[in-house]
Design a protein around this ligand. Structure first.
Ligand code: NAP
Length: 516
């Protein structure tokens, strides 16, 4: 059986027993093992800070961008190999695997081009010089510089390529070395990507370290210049925030967690209109892509009561076209879940949801005998904002629930807010007044809002795709974090310092430079 390795202090190290076992999600057979026992995590982080930090500080934004470009090209060059690994380890269909792997190379390429535009500096000014006394000579100026620690990245199981690379892209362009930990159960793709970078010699010494196994005492070693960026469940997020070393050293923590994302159909949208079908397509895609294991997937479908029959019928038609089965077969559109424990969690979630909601599609879907499959299911719950379970619990699989309501902006805002904070909300309307009111009401509860309308019905990327140009993250239940968003994604890895001194000296040493 393949043993995954850890890449620390610029060397590959195999952990020792006990090992965690990784499985093929379709056959359920063991396919790899992983362990970090025997790895000196403290020394690994110290090496990253010293050697990796120094390598990056000696590089301009443009040079870091060139490094990200090579990292992206290496992934793209091994696309088919990585797709095959994702099919094996995560149960991804070919399309789902491409979504993850192309997302990884695309995000690195985006930040590569941002680095090229940011030019030859390795610091950034924040705003203009400010007059702070009566003197015109003595001024203030804010400046951003990279923190002198290591960025510890902890990733979720569902996007072993993209989740690792979107975090790496921002940290490395900002100038911080990375100690990255994939979720153990699906670490094969992450390990292979790091190995490809090492083989192609595209990352300087100390810049990337890889931890392939459980976290164990990993966070005991973080220090004040480090930061922790986490994607995963809210429960683990809370453990990380409360970790003794994180608290003792005031280590900044960014958390991306659970989210009860909504899709809202407005009362003005008539069945069979372009906007209606845009809504139906987005919901059906989000329920089934990656077998619903997407942090941005639509979980709650809010519709006017009067549209219930039309929505159920249209969604049922779309979902009937899905083919559940082997991720290795081309026609398959929905593969298994990634792990046995995810399957158990989702089955428990479905059982709890079924106590309050009626299943309106999926009762007869047959699942293969082996593999971590769960049949997709569409549910209907009454009670609007007071409906039980649906506003509190995320069932992280191919499951969504319709919540009928009056359709007034006020009702919709209350129902969206009942989810406690989300990553993305989508709304489908051509009524500008209703749309504006809903946006202003739900924006405090969401990191991103997707407005579907007749003008963009055939041009949209859908709400479920995370784009490097726009911020990703959400308040409250979604973790309160923020990633990506172009240059905004770098801020977390920087210290902003206020300088006070001689205007002419600052003009010379830190001239303002425009980003194109
Ligand atoms: P998880 O169980 O919380 O695990 C996430 C990561 O945390 C894994 O790498 C895990 O390592 C690690 N971990 C577990 N315990 C830890 C500890 N005490 N200290 C440090 N790290 C620890 O979540 P998951 O099951 O992988 O992911 C599913 C959840 O992630 C869903 O709820 C989903 O909503 C959320 N998610 C959110 C986003 C987003 O962008 N907001 C994206 C994807 C997923 P091991 O694998 O070794 O246990």
């Amino acid at each position: 059986m393949r043993t995954l390795r850890n890449y620390v202090q610029d060397q590959w190290i195999e952990g020792t027993a006990p090992f965690a076992t990784l499985h093929n999600a379709f056959t359920e057979e063991s396919c790899a093992q992983a362990s970090v026992n025997g790895v000196d995590v403290s020394a690994a982080m110290a090496h990253a800070r010293k050697v990796g930090g120094s390598s990056l500080r000696n590089m301009s934004f443009a040079e870091r961008g060139a490094m990200l470009k090579r990292m992206s090209e290496v992934i793209h060059g091994a696309r088919d190999e990585l797709i095959a690994l994702a099919q094996e380890n995560s149960g991804n269909t070919r399309g789902d695997a491409k979504f993850d792997i192309d997302g990884a190379s695309g995000t690195l390429a985006y930040y590569a081009s941002l680095g090229r535009k940011m030019g030859d500096n390795n610091w950034k000014l924040d705003g203009e010089q400010l007059r702070i006394t009566r003197s015109a000579r003595f001024v203030g100026q804010h400046i951003w510089v990279a923190r002198r620690g290591v960025a510890v990245h902890i990733n979720a199981f569902n996007f072993p390529a993209w989740n690792m690379c979107e975090k790496l892209a921002c940290a490395l362009l900002a100038g911080m070395p990375v100690y990255t930990k994939p979720a153990t159960a699906t670490a094969i793709v992450s390990e292979r990507i790091v190995a490809l970078w090492v083989e192609a010699n595209v990352v300087p010494a100390g810049v990337v370290s890889l931890h392939c196994g459980s976290a164990g005492s990993m966070l005991d070693h973080v220090r004040s210049q480090d930061c922790v960026v986490f994607t995963g469940s809210g429960d683990t997020g809370r453990l990380i925030r409360a970790h003794e070393a994180v608290i003792a050293h005031n280590v900044p923590v960014n958390i991306e967690a659970d989210s009860l994302n909504v899709a809202v159909l407005a009362p003005d949208v008539k069945p069979d209109s372009d906007t209606f079908w845009m809504f139906i397509s987005d919901v059906a895609r989000d329920m089934t892509q990656k077998a619903g294991q997407k942090c941005t997937a639509i979980r709650r479908i809010i519709i006017p009561e009067s549209a219930t029959e039309a929505v159920v019928e249209a969604l049922a038609d779309r979902l009937d076209q899905q083919i559940l089965g082997s991720p290795y077969e081309r026609p398959t559109t929905v593969g298994p879940l990634a792990t046995a424990s995810q399957k158990r969690d989702i089955q428990a979630g479905i059982a709890a949801l079924s106590e309050h909601a009626k299943q309106v599609w999926g009762q007869n879907v047959q699942v293969p005998d082996t593999g971590y499959f769960v049949a997709p299911g569409l549910y209907l719950v009454q009670g609007g904002v007071d409906a039980p379970f649906v506003h509190e619990h995320e069932v992280f699989g191919p499951i969504a629930t319709i919540v009928p309501c009056s359709g007034t902006a006020e009702d919709v805002i209350d129902i969206v807010a009942a989810g406690g904070g989300g990553l993305v909300a989508s709304m489908y309307t051509n009524d500008r007044t209703w749309g504006r009111e809903v946006i202003l009401g739900i924006a405090p509860w969401n990191g991103r809002i997707h407005w579907g309308s007749k003008k963009v019905h055939d041009q949209s990327s859908g709400p479920g795709t995370v784009l490097p140009t726009l911020v990703h993250g959400g308040p409250g239940k979604a973790g309160g974090g923020e990633e990506l968003g172009g240059e905004r994604g770098l801020n977390f890895y920087w210290q902003r310092t206020a300088l006070q001194g001689d205007r002419a000296l600052f003009d010379k040493l830190f001239p303002s430079e425009k980003v194109e």
